[in-house]
Ligand binder design. Structure first.
Ligand code: GTP
Ligand code: MG
Length: 308
């Protein structure tokens, strides 16, 4: 319960920081009517909040239908319906790594989105759930990438497998998989490079890493999580499209929600690309990672607390 409140508070703080609650201003007092002007304002606000044109059209259509079916006349009631629609759209269709289930989490994404930081947070999260994580420093491309991950490994107090700069990332993953087996670890967290020269390079490297994982750990569940930065809006959606073509993405980590009112990309990635958000980043600290909660997230997008 306390965690849920924390989720909501942190999220709402971020989401309302820049826009004063992008969607909340539209709903106003209880006696305000649902009319064409309301739909227009709402459509515009959802596009500004990065939900993407296609998704916004679908949301508006669904909302119109429900409002007509339920004979809703006021904006306050319309808001409740909208929260439900958004939450259902973001809700994952599949389960995620269960507690006590072994897994490999391959963390991918363009540079600067928060991959390495998220791995530090994930290690802490899994450790606090009683799991034994190990990190693989498979970003061998950027100078000092392994050192940066080592700092997080020390903070989280988990082991790390690393090679020299410029080494083959797949070889790092190979060694990390060996250690995972030998030391009976639960969660293998693989950092990857964010700046490869082109899509073909990226695709080749990710394929090679995935081959090593499936060969060395054939019975271990593997999740490929794309990290996207919520402050980059529509750009984040483009990145998700590109990475979906390059790798078998299974989920999203949406970072930097503490610095934007535009969390709508969480709706767009699920609706347009069928990739569910699994975690959200709400700060630079080791505890600033939260399990994604579609209902709380939808409420936060609309600036509404459960008992408000
Ligand atoms: N405010 C905020 N900052 C974040 C969050 N996640 C990461 N950052 C910051 O974003 C910056 C980049 O984070 P990194 O983890 O180095 O990103 P990366 O994707 O590993 O970057 P490369 O390795 O260069 O590709 C750092 O300054 C982090 O502190 C977040 O949820 N909120
Ligand atoms: Mg990094």
């Amino acid at each position: 319960m306390e965690k849920k409140m924390g989720f909501f508070q942190k999220l709402k703080q971020g989401l309302t920081k820049t826009g004063g609650g992008l969607l909340s201003s539209i709903f106003g007092a209880s006696d305000e009517k649902v009319n064409e002007e309301f739909y227009e304002e709402l459509e515009e606000a959802m596009i500004i909040a990065d939900m993407g044109m296609l998704t916004v059209e679908k949301i508006i259509d669904t909302l119109r239908e429900r409002i007509s079916e339920e004979r809703i006349k006021d904006r306050i009631s319309a808001k409740e319906v909208l929260i439900k629609i958004l939450a259902d759209m973001m809700r994952p269709d599949t389960d995620f790594v269960k507690n006590n289930e072994k897994a490999v989490l391959l963390i991918v994404g363009v540079n600067g989105v928060g991959k390495t930081t998220s791995i530090g947070k994930l290690a802490t999260y899994y450790k606090s759930n009683g799991m034994a994580p190990v990190m693989a420093a498979a970003d061998t491309f950027r100078a000092a990438a392994a050192e940066q991950l080592t700092v997080w490994a020390t903070r989280a107090d988990v082991p790390i497998i690393k090679h020299a700069e410029g080494a083959d990332p797949a070889a790092v993953v190979f060694d990390a998989a060996a250690s995972f087996k030998a030391k009976s670890k639960d969660i293998l967290l693989c950092d990857t490079a964010g700046r490869l020269h082109n899509k073909k390079n990226l695709m080749n490297e990710l394929e090679k890493i995935c081959r090593v994982i499936s060969r060395e750990l054939p019975d271990v569940r593997t999740e490929v999580l794309l990290v996207i930065d919520a402050t980059t809006g529509q750009n984040a959606l483009m990145q998700a499209k590109a990475f979906k073509e390059a790798a078998n993405l299974t989920g999203i980590i949406l970072t930097k929600l503490d610095g934007t009112a535009k969390g709508g990309v969480a709706v767009a990635v699920k609706e347009e690309l069928q990739i569910p958000v699994r975690f959200v980043g709400v700060g630079e600290g080791i505890d600033d990672l939260l399990e994604f909660d579609p209902d709380a997230f939808a409420r936060a997008l609309l600036g509404k607390e459960k008992n408000e």
